[in-house]
Design a protein. Structure first.
Length: 238
């Protein structure tokens, strides 16, 4: 029953996000269980005649969109996008995110950064007081992977982050991303200074990208038992 309730929440968030889509838009399509609900709804709209063109953030999303008849293009063709709708593994009150549970964080971040707006869709369980309970995914090159894990561990201490870091496995083998890289899952439990952690990780040569999305999301649509809440970036200081 709880699983069904979470699934309904994901659909509710996706339904609210689909209202943001207008004819002629260039869209980024996220990856994951909630983003897939949005893609399903978009597919129905496309079959009814909605004219949009989309860039998927993973091969899984690309295959789903193709099955639904959604028109696709590469980001190299479009360069910039109007809107990206994606999920998150964690969201805090400042709209900082942890993403990458599905292993698509690199493409997700590229697509989000190429978009005028990024909107996050999620069920209420993803909203947290502090990031870190969900292991932080970090995409790393395969060469020297164990050395890179050690460097991540040492660098993370500068951001007061401690915990086990391990290469993700799938069916007994090391998980490989769509980009041919490994994922290091960092079990920090709490990330008190996400900006600092982001900075130190970006300095490491073996790190391709990390799953901290800082200052990227513009809006979060979070659905729960009490309805749908909309969180937006506070622009007062801009």
């Amino acid at each position: 029953m709880l699983k069904m309730s979470a699934d309904i929440c994901k659909v509710l968030a996706a339904e609210r996000a689909i209202e943001l889509v207008e004819p002629g838009m260039k869209l980024g399509l996220g990856t994951g269980s909630t983003a897939s609900k949005f893609v399903d709804l978009l597919g129905k709209k496309a079959q009814e005649g909605l004219d949009v063109v989309c860039v998927p953030t993973s091969e899984d999303t690309r295959m789903q969109a193709e099955r639904l008849g959604i028109r696709l293009a590469s980001l190299d063709d479009l360069i910039t996008l109007d809107l990206t709708v994606d999920g998150a593994d964690e969201i805090d009150e400042n709209l900082n995110l942890v993403k990458g549970g599905g292993g698509a964080l690199l493409r997700e971040k590229i697509v989000a950064m190429a978009s005028e707006r990024m909107v996050v869709v999620a069920d209420h369980s993803k909203f947290v007081a502090q990031l870190g309970t969900f292991p932080l995914p970090v995409e790393i090159v395969r060469f020297g992977a164990k050395a890179t894990l050690q460097m991540i561990s040492e660098a993370a201490q500068d951001a007061e982050c401690f915990g086990e870091i391990e290469l993700r496995r799938l069916n007994g083998e090391y998980f490989v991303t769509d980009n041919g890289n490994y994922i290091a899952d960092c079990n920090f439990d709490e990330i008190a200074e996400p900006e600092t952690l982001s900075d130190v990780l970006e300095m490491l040569p073996g790190v391709v990208e990390h799953g901290l999305f800082i200052g990227i999301a513009d809006q979060a649509i979070i659905a729960g038992p009490d309805g749908v809440d909309i969180l937006e970036v506070d622009d007062d200081d801009e």
